[in-house]
Write a protein that binds this ligand. Sequence first.
Ligand code: NAP
Length: 307
Amino acid sequence: MKRLIPTGEPARPVELRADPQPFPAPDEALVRVEAFSVNRGETFLLEDPAPGLRPGKDVAGLVVQAAADGSGPAAGTRVVGHPPAAGWAEYAAVPTHSLAALPESIGAVAAAALPLAGITALRLLRAAGAVTGRRLLLTGASGGVGHYVTELAAGAGAELTAVTATSERGARLAELGAARVVHDLADATGPFDTVLESTGGAALPAALARLRPGGTLIWFGQAGGRSAVLDFFSLLDGPENARIRHFHYAGAPYGDDLATLVGLVATGRLHPEIGRTADWSDTAAVLVDLRERRIRGNAVLTVGGAR
Ligand SMILES: NC(=O)c1ccc[n+]([C@@H]2O[C@H](COP(=O)([O-])OP(=O)(O)OC[C@H]3O[C@@H](n4cnc5c(N)ncnc54)[C@H](OP(=O)(O)O)[C@@H]3O)[C@@H](O)[C@H]2O)c1
């Protein structure tokens, strides 16, 4: 079979090569991959790939071999999955605790956009607590995670201000329920109960300054790759006693959260925003565009012409 292998070259970070089909562990199903998505975290891993790195955490396709231990879906079931790695391939071994069955109404392309970004959005909002009637500030809002957070938070009654680079990149966020879309943190009128920050650098202190006293900033990424520098005294000017919470979404099993996301999509309450779909032979170019902020929402690659 074929698999995308990291090259370490910035202009062409992966290439298709022949590779043995995976041999599933007893609690893993073998999935024939029809579509997968790529995420910003993977663009970071590909900058200096560890030896043996086999990327790919978001897959949708067909179970061709059920797990030997009898858990999970039967062969022939259409699924979405979140394996720990190795999903950018024609076949992937996926732990059954990180799979969810798909209804006919959800195609492989939409499904592949769900796992990492969608699970992160769900768990991030759980970390934020009750958001109904609360004022939220979301940076990096035009990305895969940001569109899901926006729609879920707005659906739960939050008043969300989304920060994105341009009006073109923010247009869909308003449709999904953002109360305001701004292109500069200086225009984000606070104070906010909660800040969801994932861009880093100067954005983190600027967003922190817009919290109400005692509010919480949930720090879940550093898309720009730059560390933040904080000044103690600046918080005495408003958001004193603010809290900063480091957040990482990880922690299997993922199957229940995937099933929740599938249910929300199937009932029209969540709309994957797929800014780019391409054949997986174009993955290298798509990764470069994602890295350079040229893709809104999720980027999905199809294997064998999936819908
Ligand atoms: N903590 C966790 O568990 C977890 C899980 C998943 C993802 N993440 C992180 O969460 C963030 C969002 O993930 P994602 O998959 O939605 O990423 P994404 O699709 O690449 O979106 C990130 C957004 O950040 C904005 N951004 C602002 N400054 C940037 C800069 N200097 N360079 C690049 N982008 C910049 C971009 O929007 P504009 O161009 O419109 O400003 C971009 O759309 C990333 O930092 C990712 O690493 C964290």
